[in-house]
Design a protein around this ligand. Structure first.
Ligand code: PHE
Length: 470
């Protein structure tokens, strides 16, 4: 099988493009807002550095050393245990689950580009009404834009690593940085900027609850694109000569930097115009459009640019959510890229329709199970369970299954001996227990009865995979 190679810069842009997404600009500010700002930001930063970094290198290594699709790379690196460990490679499927609702949200963003060009809502309550109306009763608009998102995402992946993924990231990533950078500069000149800084960086330790910790850990995986083979699949196309630890540092740095810039900018705008920071998922769709309206004509320009930037960020992540399964089917079943992209794309598209309908009043009862509807369940199961579980499996795999000498050889030009010892130690003895503790804590919070069976299965799978490899 032949996989085209990224250039070094191409890889960094593509991996950063994957990491920087709706998670940074849409999700991070509202979750931080919900959990009280500074305290949440602090745990998130600690997790990103303590866990994200080690797992990022581990995930990159699996692709870099395996040089195959996710399942093939696991098999190749553990020839003695390939029967069990190959199942870990199927974590790429998580991407299609995420993509189902991710594509619906990209659809909302497309719609808001149109709204910004035509008429912005003039008050927060008007904006809230418009957003609620879109979500709970406007099937047509959502269907149209979800379909458009599906066409764009699948269309880019169809063109492959070089002609599609690398190329689009070369164009969209610099534009995103320009748009956000420009708006951030403007925000930093406003009076409310200092209020935003203290909101984000003054931790109120009483707000650190176990729920905040779980959310922060889940979000760290989500925002770094870890635990579902996106980074792994891209890394199979890495150029041979590359410093893995430096590259991962750049990706983690860009991702975190952009989340913080986006958060500061958003909160400055919200505080400047007296809007609420805790509006939940509707933050950028409700409070922000009303704030842009208040700004007058500059606000109109900002609104269009902001939603275009958000769409760019979303699209470069979306393609990385689709690529692992597409590459897997090409490698395994010898499918053409076209066939593979349409099968994987068709799956997320259809599931996305179900997720979309779950928010619509008429269907919501049918599509609600327990405390959440299908849309929220997919978001919750993927970010809080499947991604950390994927990260756990990858750390165990690299930490205990792949021979140490092979890792040392692959990382020779990336790390000093001391660095290697530290990273290896953390990957084996810090990351897995930390993840297990956090994931177990989850149970006491959302009800043992509900989560136990799910976790039981998830843990059984990992136990089987793990035991099978001893
Ligand atoms: N990192 C992306 C974001 O922040 C989402 C994503 C998750 C992409 C997992 C790929 C894999 O929006």
């Amino acid at each position: 099988m032949k996989i085209a190679r990224f250039s070094q810069l191409g890889f960094i842009l593509a991996a950063a493009g994957s990491a920087v997404g709706l998670g940074n600009i849409w999700k991070f500010p509202y979750v931080a807002g919900e959990y009280g700002g500074g305290a949440f930001v602090l745990i998130y930063l600690i997790t990103v550095i303590a866990i994200g970094f080690s797992v990022m290198i581990a995930e990159m290594l699996i692709g870099y050393m395996g040089r195959l699709d996710s399942v093939g790379s696991f098999e190749k690196l553990a020839p003695l245990h390939k029967k069990s460990w190959k199942y870990a490679g199927f974590m790429g499927f998580t991407g299609l689950l995420i993509l189902s609702f991710y594509s619906v949200v990209i659809g909302w963003i497309f719609h808001y580009i149109a709204v910004s060009i035509t008429t912005l809502p003039s008050t927060v309550s008007e904006a809230e009404q418009a957003f609620t109306q879109l979500l709970s009763s406007d099937v047509k608009t959502q269907f149209f834009y979800h379909t458009l998102a599906f066409i764009v995402i699948t269309g880019i992946v169809l063109k492959g690593i070089k002609g599609g993924i690398e190329k689009i990231n070369y164009i969209l990533m610099p534009m995103l940085v320009l748009i956000l950078g420009g708006m951030f500069l403007y925000a930093s000149s406003l009076d409310a900027f200092s209020e935003a800084v203290s909101f984000m960086f003054n931790p109120d330790f009483s707000k650190i609850t176990s729920e905040a910790i779980i959310t922060a850990v889940g979000h760290a995986f989500f925002t770094l694109s870890l635990g579902m083979a996106s980074i792994l699949t891209y890394s199979a196309s890495l150029p041979k000569q590359i410093n893995l630890s430096k590259t991962s540092l750049i990706i983690v740095g860009l991702d975190t930097g952009i989340a913080i810039i986006a958060g500061l900018m958003l909160f400055t705008f919200l505080f400047e115009y007296g809007a609420e920071p805790s509006k939940g998922p509707g933050l950028v769709f409700i409070s922000l459009p009303a704030v842009f309206y208040e700004m007058g004509s500059l606000g109109n320009v900002f609104a269009v640019l902001f939603f275009i930037g958000l769409a760019f960020a979303g699209l470069t992540s979306a393609i990385s959510l689709l690529e692992p399964m597409v590459q897997y089917q090409i490698d395994r079943f010898d499918f053409s890229r076209m066939k593979s992209a349409f099968i994987a794309g068709g799956f997320f598209y259809l599931l996305g329709l179900v997720a979309l309908l779950a928010n619509i009043n008429e269907y919501s009862e049918l599509l609600t199970f327990g405390s959440k509807n299908v849309f929220d369940w997919i978001d919750f199961i993927t970010a809080s369970i499947l991604l950390p579980l994927g990260g756990l499996l990858m750390s165990i795999f690299v930490g205990f299954i792949v021979p140490k000498t092979q890792l040392q050889a692959a990382l020779k030009s990336s790390m000093s001996e001391f660095g290697f010892t530290l990273w290896y130690f953390s990957l084996r003895f810090i990351v897995p227990p930390a993840l297990i503790v956090v994931m177990l804590n989850l149970m006491s919070i959302i009800g043992v009865e509900l989560i136990m069976p799910m976790f039981g299965v998830a843990y059984l799978i990992s136990a089987v995979v793990w035991l099978g490899s001893i």
